[in-house]
Design a protein around this ligand. Structure first.
Ligand code: UP5
Ligand code: MG
Length: 198
């Protein structure tokens, strides 16, 4: 995809920081297409005949990063499908929960499309843990339990924060305090995005 046609924003933040919640709001109010890497992986895991089902299941339960080829292919296919259905070469995409490892960041930007900006939702672990345990009562997500949450936090600190730091050095990060109410976080996001993107 040409960056002249396609605007990509990466949306990063720890598990439970509120990436999905905020992306949903940006879609309804700003015409972005929301692609959650985690949602695409969970859907692929459920797809009958998928050769990656078992692999995805075990990686997600352990909070580990699925080999990047799988995730990048899912994202690229979904972007292409979206543009095809819209009958347009142009599109704006929020890519939620990706890249969360340096190799994914480089590969995606080389082979799919460079990112214009990175939204980073900053949230302390204690707040994220509380949200995830609460959601776990009803979400049915295999990784919303105390043990998986601990593993997800560890992967985030060791593997995913270096990606945020990398984009920070590139001057692409918009950092937002994610501890306030969804409305407040959403208002802060819109303000900062408008300053940067117009
Ligand atoms: N909530 C949200 N905002 C709130 C607020 N401001 N105040 C109070 N409550 C708030 O929110 C989480 C919960 O908090 C919800 O109940 C919400 O109502 C409440 P949500 O918006 O879902 O947060 P989000 O950051 O999206 O949390 P999520 O659990 O989706 O984050 P993860 O990053 O852990 O999950 P993801 O689906 O992205 O990835 C899951 C796994 O997939 C990874 O661990 C990994 O194993 C795998 N994966 C890969 O291997 N590769 C990838 O590239 C991506 C994922
Ligand atoms: Mg999410």
């Amino acid at each position: 995809f040409s960056p002249d046609d396609v605007t990509v924003l990466f949306v990063l933040g720890g598990p439970g920081a509120g990436k999905g919640t905020q992306c949903a709001r940006l879609v309804s109010e700003h015409g972005f297409t929301h692609l959650s890497a985690g949602d695409l992986l969970r859907a692929e895991q459920e797809r009958p005949g998928s050769q990656f089902g078992d692999l995805i299941k075990s990686y997600i339960k352990d909070g580990l990063i699925v080999p990047m080829e799988v995730t990048i292919q899912l994202l690229e296919n979904t972007m292409a499908d979206t543009l095809r259905k819209a009958g347009s070469a142009k599109g704006r995409f929020l890519i939620d929960g990706f890249p969360r490892k340096m190799d994914q960041a480089h590969k995606f930007e080389e082979t799919v499309c460079p990112a214009r900006m990175v939204l980073f939702y900053d949230c302390p672990e204690a707040v994220m843990e509380k949200r995830l345990l609460e959601r776990g009562k009803t979400s049915g997500r295999a990784d919303d339990n105390a043990e998986s949450i601990r593993k997800r936090f560890r992967t985030f600190v060791e593997t995913s924060m270096p990606v945020v730091d990398y984009y920070e050095r590139e001057g692409k990060v918009i950092k937002i305090d994610a501890t306030a109410s969804p409305d407040k976080v959403s208002a802060a996001t819109k303000k900062r995005l408008t300053e940067k993107l117009g």
